[in-house]
Design a protein around this ligand. Sequence first.
Ligand code: ATP
Ligand code: MG
Length: 398
Amino acid sequence: MGSKLYLIKEGEISLKGGNRGLFEKRLRHNIKDKLKKWNANVEKQKGRLYLHLDENADDDVVRKALSSTFGITGFARAYETEKDIEMIVETAKKVLKENPFGKKGSFKIEARREDKSFPLSSYEISLRLADTVHEMYPSLDVDLKHPDYTLHVEIRKKAYLYTDDEKGPGGLPVQTAGRGMLLLSGGIDSPVAAIRAAKRGMKIDCIYFHAYPYTSDLALEKVKKLASLIAPYLGGTRLYVVPFTDGQLRIKKLSYPDETTLMFRASMMQTAEKIAKERRASAIVTGEALSQVASQTLDAMSFTDSMTEMLVIRPLVGMDKEEIIKTAKEIGTYETSILPYEDCCVIFSPKHPVTHPDKAESRKHYDALEMDEEIDKAIANMDTYYFNPLGEEEISEV
Ligand code: ATP
Ligand code: MG
């Protein structure tokens, strides 16, 4: 077992009754899988997860990894020592050296004695450690109600010390709620939609429709970059790149000009459904938000929905662009999303797109395009990329 320790707080999973065991097992698996290069080991003690890693684990990478793992509400780098007050004091000094308090303000010692055989009470432990803090930070005051800094000590199987918790993302562990296929474009919205769906436990893989040379290789690189940025939240993700130039050209040539976007979206749904079925996914996820653009009216979405029997989930449907942008910034995709490489929708966009299509009428128009062959050809020629739970591209896995 490794010697670097993190304490992790689980979220809502503790409320999930009969499923609780499964959820916890999945969370433990997701954490271990993400940090396996440092031999991650996760054990549970009294409502907390104890993550042990090799001593050389990179703390910045571990922090990023934990703050993007759904199911975690908080975590802290912790230090383990024997249940001996002198050793606890020495460890406290080390903790405060590595995670220094500020020079001004107030602090508190939060001591918990689960092991009642430990000879000092929590109060006595607190007094002793408060002296230690005072020696190192003579200008800090004690404030038990609203301290700026807290040093925690817990006496359990061993003694554990840590400073303040960092926030985790909450939610439920991915892969506890089935699989979804995300339509990932290069825009701001779809990466956020992925995170929203994953937050409720869905396992997400991504599909990107590429229309080279109308959309450049830079656009593809941008989508790959977005996939790598969201992969940590998704517990790793596959990106299927569907070469759809011929499909797009066929639509442009044969459909009514005002309906090209609608027809493209219909063919995207059909293609996504085929890929999803082959890979045992049971939902399609998109970054659409109501009334954001012409194709995102209720009538247009209702038409595209009718192209698939699969559940279509639109996690952003009730979000303002401002809110979406805020989340995109938080998850770190915004800067990449606003890079100026056009996606194929823009290039093939009509000047006056239909906003309220008649479902039956548009269906007839779509069927007349006879897209099946193009769709099958595109799927046969698609490329697959894999991004692991740390966001690194891995060549080997397909
Ligand atoms: P985004 O910011 O996500 O690109 P948008 O506001 O630009 O969305 P649209 O271009 O109409 O809106 O796309 C709506 C949704 O359709 C996207 O969020 C995405 O889920 C899907 N989509 C659009 N273009 C593509 C594409 N080339 N490949 C895969 N999915 C796409
Ligand atoms: Mg877009």
